[in-house]
Structure formats: structure tokens, C-alpha cells
Design a protein around this ligand. Structure first.
Ligand code: ADP
Length: 326
């Protein structure tokens, strides 16, 4: 291949710029030209595709977000839109595409692959819900942000003897909540995989209380059926103010921002290098991820048909370490 393009799509993740940097540099090192697609799949359909130089990726490794911009683009789910994207790529003489993004973005990439265009994926999402990668770009930084916030919340919760309901990202995958629970020792963690309805939460809080814990942290995944709003509403109705006071903290988009951690920069460099190598070898149609300490190449058919599972051992461990006290 002589010309490749790259696109960042879906939710932004710290480390996307490091992945762009490594993709462009590897392309140049392999004697290829690199093009950037702006604003995700929206830019692909709208032919917002620009040549990239080494100067474009100078001093970007340490920056959060994505210099190419990103977007959610509903119409990309239609075959006609994807065909238009391929037409635009071909118009520039581009022969392969690197898609840096999460679950939805890789489904879009699979759609291009099915239409015969050479695509490779780079696993990048703070939610870490992509099948084919133990860990994805952005997740480590997001967790560090979450933990720093929870540590701060704990000191005020303890001082005021309050219950804090803390919402974290993750959508339908409870990885961020589980790991935040493990790393912070939060009393209760609720995820789509391990739901707890509001009366159960109340029972648990009362049990902690009876056993001498006069404050508590409850971490809830934003995509859980029993969400923060529902739990807060129920508890507000069911407990007297004197029993325990409550506060809600939605960590929100702060989890996506900020400079990427060392781990995410290094992961981004390695996954993007693997992606360019696949295109060089003319071996597309795969997601490049990280499994058991090394690069993993998973065919798109598998990525889109299989569901990533939470590590139940790690979940049990996280809960057991808290239960020991109560
Ligand atoms: P992420 O990639 O972070 O998981 P989204 O789930 O929002 O983010 O997906 C990003 C974009 O990927 C969507 O806006 C859409 O353009 C594209 N996409 C998602 N699902 C599909 C699909 N089934 N077919 C084609 N494109 C899709």
C-alpha cells in the first residue's frame, strides 16, 4: 500500500493522539503517505480527508482528546453512507484505513470491511468494552481520574459521615466501576452485570451502619438498570435524614479528558504500530488489541459477534476484600 488514512471515531479517549502519532510515523517509516479523516465517520462521508505530515503529529503525544476530532454519526449505519466513504477514500488514492475507536466505531469498520475495503482497528475506548482486547487506549487514564476523584470524595464522606452515590462511565460494561471499586475499597459497586435494586442497597447500607461504618461510597455504572437517580430517589423516600445523609456525584466527562497516562501512551504506540504493520502486510480485517501482555489480532467477525465479559474472579476479589470488615 502506498497511501493509508486514519480516523478517530466515537467517544474520545486519552491516548488517541498518541495513536495518531504512531500511525503517521509508522506509515512514513514504511514509505507510505498518511491521510487524516476529520470528525470521525462524518468526515469520511463528507470527504473531509487531509494529507498528514510529521509536523502535524509533533508534540501531540501528551495531549488528551483527538487532533482529528471525532463524532457520532448515525447515518454511517446505512450501507449507502459507507459506500460514499469508500468512494471518497478511493478518490484520494487511499488503499487502507486505520480506525481508532471503541465498540461502535469498530462495528462501522466491520461494515467497511464487508464492502471489501481494507480496514484495521485500534482498540480505543475508556469503557474498555471491546472484545479482542484486555485493555483499550484511554481506560487507564480514565481510571486514574476516577480514583483520584473517589479518594477526594472519601475524605469528605468520612468527615461528614455521609453516603455518596458516585456515577462512573462504562455504559453496558462494568469494568470502570469494578476496577474503581477494587482500587478505592468502595463499599458498594453496581454494574449492569451485577445489579442491585434500591431496597437491597438500603439493606446493605444499614448492615454497614450496624457494623460500625458511618459513611459509605456507592459506585454505579451509568448504564446500570438501577442507576444513581433511581437509587437516590428511593433512598430519599425511605430513610430519615438522621439515619444517614446522602450526596450524589456524577463524574461525567471529566473521566474522558486530560493528558494520557504513561500506560495509555505506550499502549497507543504499540497498537497503532501493529495496525500499520497489518496494512503493510496486506492483512486487514482485524482489530489490534492487547491480550496477556502482547499484541492480539482478532478478526472483525469475532469482534462484532462476541461479547466481552467482566472478569468474575476480579469482581469476587474486589467484593471479598470489602466484606472482610463487615
Ligand atoms: P464508540 O466507538 O466509542 O463505541 P459509538 O458507539 O457512539 O462510539 O459509535 C461511534 C460511531 O460508530 C457511531 O456514531 C456510528 O457512526 C458508528 N457505528 C456504530 N455502530 C455501527 C454499526 N452497527 N454500523 C455502522 N456504523 C456504526
Amino acid at each position: 500500500m502506498k497511501r493509508i488514512a486514519l480516523v478517530t471515531s466515537g467517544g474520545d479517549a486519552p491516548g488517541m493522539n498518541a495513536a495518531i502519532n504512531a500511525t503517521v510515523r509508522n506509515a512514513f517509516a514504511a514509505g507510505m503517505e498518511a491521510f487524516g479523516v476529520r470528525k470521525g465517520y462524518e468526515g469520511l462521508i463528507e470527504n473531509d480527508i487531509v494529507p498528514m505530515t510529521l509536523a502535524d503529529v509533533e508534540d501531540v503525544i501528551e495531549l488528551g482528546g483527538t487532533l482529528l476530532g471525532t463524532a457520532r454519526c448515525k447515518r454511517f449505519e446505512q450501507e449507502g453512507a459507507r459506500r460514499q466513504g469508500i468512494k471518497n477514500l478511493k478518490h484520494h488514492g487511499i488503499e487502507g484505513l486505520v480506525v481508532i475507536g471503541g465498540n461502535g466505531s469498530q462495528r462501522g469498520a466491520y461494515g467497511l470491511h464487508q464492502l471489501g475495503f481494507p480496514v484495521v482497528g485500534v482498540a480505543s475506548t475508556v469503557d474498555n468494552d471491546l472484545y479482542g482486547s484486555d485493555i483499550s487506549i484511554g481506560c487507564d487514564t480514565a481510571l486514574n481520574t476516577i480514583i483520584e476523584s473517589i479518594d477526594r470524595i472519601r475524605t469528605t464522606a468520612e468527615s461528614h459521615r455521609r453516603v455518596f452515590l458516585i456515577e462512573v462511565m462504562g455504559r453496558h460494561f462494568g469494568y470502570l466501576a469494578m476496577m474503581a471499586g477494587l482500587a478505592s475499597g468502595a463499599e458498594i459497586v453496581i454494574t449492569p452485570e451485577y445489579e442491585m435494586d434500591p431496597p437491597e442497597v438500603l439493606d446493605e447500607l444499614r448492615r454497614f451502619h450496624r457494623n460500625g461504618r458511618d459513611y459509605a461510597l456507592v459506585i454505579v455504572t451509568d448504564g446500570a438498570k438501577n442507576n444513581v437517580a433511581g437509587i437516590h430517589e428511593y433512598l430519599s423516600r425511605s430513610v430519615a435524614y438522621s439515619e444517614f445523609e446522602m450526596r450524589v456525584t456524577m463524574l461525567g466527562h471529566v473521566q474522558r479528558g486530560g493528558a494520557p497516562s504513561t500506560y495509555d501512551r505506550s499502549l497507543a504506540a504499540q497498537l497503532a504500530t501493529g495496525a500499520v504493520e497489518l496494512l503493510e502486510r496486506d492483512d486487514p480485517g482485524k482489530l489490534v488489541g492487547w491480550k496477556q501482555g502482547t499484541l492480539a489480532y482478532t478478526p472483525y467477525e469475532e469482534v462484532v459477534s462476541k461479547k466481552k465479559e467482566l472478569d468474575s474472579q476480579l469482581w469476587m476479589l474486589s467484593r471479598r476484600l470489602v466484606e472482610i470488615n463487615y
